[in-house]
Design a protein around this ligand. Structure first.
Ligand code: FAD
Length: 289
C-alpha cells in the first residue's frame, strides 16, 4: 500500500487527482477500524494531518468556516459558545482519545446516518466545501449526503471545510445510546432555534438511511410560535403543540431494527427527544436557564 503525506492543500489535491483510488485519512478513527478488520484494502492512503490549510477555522459576518481537519476536542473548546449544538453533539462522540483525533470532515466522509456531527449541521443549514485540482464547490449538507455511508464526493475531490452560521439562539442535541459513553447513537435529534429568522431547524439522526430534516414539524411549530406571538412574548409552548411537534418529527423516521434497537423503539424515542429538545431550547430562549 502506498502512503502519501502531503504538506499543503495543493499537494493533497494533486495526489488525490493522480491516485483516485487512494483513501484520505485524517483522524483515522473510521478508516483504521476498516483497515484493521480487513473491510478495506486501498491501493494508497493520503494522510491529511500535515496539511495546515484544513486545520483552521474563521469567522466572517456571523458565519463560521471550519476546516475539515478541526477535531471534536477543538470544536468543544474553541467553538462551544458559537456552535452550542455542534459542541453538544461533539461531546457525545466516542471518548477523549476519539475526540482528540476525530473530525467533522471524517464524519462527513463516512456519511453514517448515526454520525453525531451531522444533525447539528442539518439543523443550521450548513454547507460543505469540496475541492479538487479543478476548483471548489459548495454543497448544502442535505445534498452532500446521499445515502447510508454515501456522499457526492468524486474520486478526485476532498472535503476542505464546512460553513455554518453562528448560533443566533439556543441549540440542543440529544442522543440515545445503549450506555452512557463510547456509543453509536440508537437515535438522536438536533434542534436549533433561529429567533432572528423566526425559524426552527430540526434533524433526526440514526433513524433513517441519512440524517433527515423534519420539515413538516418545523413548519408546524413555526406556525404556532408566530400565531401565538411567542417569539416576542417568550411565553410557554403548550403541551398539545409539543406533542404534535414530536409526532411530526417521528413521521420522518424510516428506521431499521438492529442490535442497537428496534425500529418501533427508535420511532418512539425520536418523538420523545424531539419534544424534549424543543422544550429545553425554548426554556433557554425564555430565559429560564
Ligand atoms: C471507539 C470509537 C467510537 C466512536 N464513537 C463515535 C460516536 O460516538 N459518534 C460518531 O459520530 N462517530 C463515532 N466514531 C466514528 C468516528 O470517530 C467519526 O466518524 C469521526 O468523525 C471520523 O473522523 P476522522 O477524522 O477520524 O475520520 P477518518 O477515519 O480519517 O476518515 C473517515 C472517512 O472520511 C474520509 N475523509 C476524512 N477526511 C477527509 C477529507 N478531508 N476529504 C475527503 N474525505 C475525507 C475518509 O476517507 C473516510 O472515508 C467512533 C469511532 C471509534 C473507533
Amino acid at each position: 500500500m502506498e502512503f502519501f503525506q502531503p504538506e499543503s492543500w495543493q499537494e493533497a489535491l494533486e495526489i488525490r487527482a493522480a491516485h483516485p483510488g487512494a483513501v484520505p485519512i485524517f483522524g483515522g478513527t473510521d478508516v483504521m477500524v476498516d483497515l484493521n478488520f480487513d473491510r478495506e484494502r486501498p491501493e494508497a492512503i493520503v494522510d491529511l494531518t500535515q496539511v495546515p490549510e484544513i486545520q483552521d477555522w474563521s469567522r466572517e459576518d456571523g458565519r463560521l468556516s471550519i476546516g475539515a481537519g478541526v477535531t471534536y476536542t477543538r470544536i468543544i473548546a474553541e467553538l462551544g459558545n458559537m456552535l452550542p449544538g455542534l459542541a453538544m453533539a461533539s461531546r457525545t462522540v466516542g471518548s477523549p482519545q476519539i475526540r482528540n483525533r476525530g473530525t467533522v470532515g471524517g464524519n462527513l466522509g463516512t456519511a453514517s446516518p448515526a454520525g453525531d456531527a451531522l444533525p447539528p449541521l442539518y439543523a443550521s443549514d450548513a454547507e460543505v466545501e469540496v475541492a479538487s485540482s479543478d476548483g471548489t464547490r459548495r454543497v448544502p449538507v442535505t445534498e452532500f449526503i446521499t445515502g447510508p455511508k454515501r456522499n457526492i464526493l468524486e474520486p478526485n475531490e476532498l472535503i476542505a471545510a464546512f460553513y455554518i452560521p453562528e448560533a443566533e439562539g439556543p441549540q440542543q442535541y440529544s442522543k440515545i445510546g445503549t450506555r452512557n459513553a463510547m456509543v453509536i447513537a440508537v437515535c438522536a435529534v438536533g434542534l436549533a432555534l433561529h429567533p432572528e429568522q423566526r425559524k426552527v431547524g430540526t434533524c433526526v439522526g440514526s433513524a433513517a438511511p441519512t440524517p433527515v430534516r423534519a420539515a413538516d414539524a418545523e413548519g408546524f411549530i413555526e406556525g404556532v410560535l408566530e400565531e401565538q406571538g411567542l417569539w416576542d412574548s417568550r411565553g410557554e409552548i403548550g403541551e398539545p403543540a409539543l406533542v404534535r411537534f414530536g409526532e411530526l418529527v417521528e413521521a420522518v423516521t424510516r428506521p431499521i431494527s438492529d442490535v442497537r434497537g428496534t425500529a418501533a423503539y427508535r420511532t418512539h424515542a425520536v418523538g420523545v427527544l424531539a419534544r424534549r429538545t424543543l422544550k429545553w431550547a425554548w426554556d433557554e430562549y425564555r430565559g429560564g436557564e
